[in-house]
Design a binder for this molecule. Structure first.
Ligand SMILES: Cc1cc2nc3c(=O)[nH]c(=O)nc-3n(C[C@H](O)[C@H](O)[C@H](O)COP(=O)(O)O)c2cc1C
Length: 175
């Protein structure tokens, strides 16, 4: 798919077909997501992939009702970043954003993830509303990692309605 089409076609999908996603395809998506840039190439993004009915059910328990419903039938991918590395030198923050650089890097990585998924015919839903403590406990995610989004990954039932976007002159100043 042409890149411009790809970025236009990628949308948040909230209804998925009862169709399993191959774990090999998920591995390919993560490999492509890892082409994203990161602070000093620190590569602190991490993925915890729930792609068996048992693991998916455990992740779903940590989602609020709305997200639980929206992500039914999808694989669920917990995303985290290793703290105190991106934006840091020798253990000290390089500037005022501190660990927010880790979140920035993870966001880039996740952006590549959702686009790589779309290119393979898969739809996604990034979910920021989730119970991080439940996920940490259930899957033994270490405290050195910041749990961030859960991404639903599957075959969408239908395309969402077109969305309204801000005009360039509203969001960008050419200096
Ligand atoms: C960081 C982040 C957190 C989000 N959390 C949720 C969520 O918890 N539940 C949900 O339904 N959508 C969530 N979304 C999806 C946004 O609502 C969606 O991206 C936005 O409305 C734009 O629509 P589009 O993705 O279809 O282009 C989240 C998106 C991002 C980037």
């Amino acid at each position: 798919m042409e890149f411009t089409d790809l970025i236009k076609k990628r949308r948040s999908v909230r209804a998925y077909k009862e169709e399993t996603v191959s774990s090999d395809v998920i591995s390919e998506i993560i490999t492509e997501a890892y082409q994203a840039p990161s602070w000093k190439n620190s590569q602190t993004a991490r993925y915890y992939v729930a792609n068996t009915p048992e693991a998916i059910e455990k992740v779903r328990k940590a989602l609020p009702e709305f997200n639980n419903r929206s992500s039914a039938n999808a694989a669920l991918v917990i995303t985290t970043f290793v703290k105190d590395i991106s934006g840091f030198t020798a253990g000290a923050a390089d500037n005022e954003l501190s660990n927010k650089w880790g979140a920035y890097d993870l966001g880039l990585n996740n952006a590549y993830f959702v686009l790589a998924a779309k290119e393979k015919g898969l739809d996604t839903l990034i979910m920021g509303l989730r119970d991080a403590n439940m996920l940490r406990e259930e899957f033994g995610i270490p405290k050195t990692e910041q749990i961030t989004a859960v991404i639903a990954l599957g075959y969408g039932v239908s395309e969402p309605a077109p969305r309204r976007d801000r005009a360039v002159d509203e969001v960008a100043k050419f200096l």
